[in-house]
Design a protein around this ligand. Sequence first.
Ligand SMILES: [Zn+2]
Length: 351
Amino acid sequence: MLLKDFFSRFPDEESCVSYFKEIRQTVGITCPQCGSTVHTWLNGRGEFQCRKCGCRISLTKGTVMENSRLPMYAWFFTAHLMTSFKQVLSAKEIQHQLEMRGYPPVWLMMMKLRDIMGKRDAMYKLSDQIELDISFFPTSVLIKSGGEKLLETKKTTVLVLAVSKAVDEILSEYLSNIAHNESINKASRLIKKAARQSVKKAVHYIKMFAIPNQRFETIKTFVTASIDRNAIAVTDGGNNLFRLRELLKAHEAHRETEDGMREVVTNVLPWVHIVTGECRNGIQAIHKEVDERFLQLYLNEYCWKFNRRFFRDSKDPKYDLFDHLIKIDASYTSDIKWRDYAGAPNVVNIS
Ligand SMILES: [Zn+2]
């Protein structure tokens, strides 16, 4: 959705409330007391009422906006900016645009949105062929030294997963089905696209996880939760990864050699490197070194948007990214608290 469309659809608080009410009814409301899903909207009170037990449920109860004192317009405006801009936006910028005095509520709102983006993507497991790699993101942590609090820079380990396949392999799949026009069209589009790109693999979905260390036992937890057992992992053959074959259908280890390093990066694991570089640069450009505790939230935002990268240019309303985020707003709560931030080392740096 373009900025002009946002302003015409949502000129004020009432228009946001009315739309969110519709979205909640579409997503479904469950009574916290009796579990009934049938409700009446009490127009005068701006609440739902359970038809079975009479319990009243506020419009934001059970959503990401629960307990927020911000106007719904602020949530909508922020959701729009976060979905229509490719770049990472700072809470300071949103605070400025909303002309709000306080920084904490804006920071909290954005972090909660990033949190529920992660919750949504956690519903899906990756399958087929998966590039798997370990990378590092610069972060900061607060340490206590002799009664003093010091800011220390560190590198946080990030597990990067990307579903990808060689363009040639996809082409032969399309061409084995030439009875269908759609397959031929897809093949023709892919050939044109591949001719413009140096990367000879096509990427589908990605996931990124900030993890405490790169031991196999740690990686195992994330792989088990986020990759289908029938998938094939493609890696650089690191020692900590060879037991992946116990968890998945197969593990293709492409060991790097002095000469083969470039070959592995560009041909075997191109997408984990591309998305890592893009995500890391995007975060650093706005936030410098982020507090390690919040790195996962920034990764969530990057992955959520990357996984829906074609939505942004689609004219089809069902792919409207803003609508997708508002539906998620209505479906998930977030436990992130401002006090999680109060002791953050880089209060000054977070902009
Ligand atoms: Zn009820």
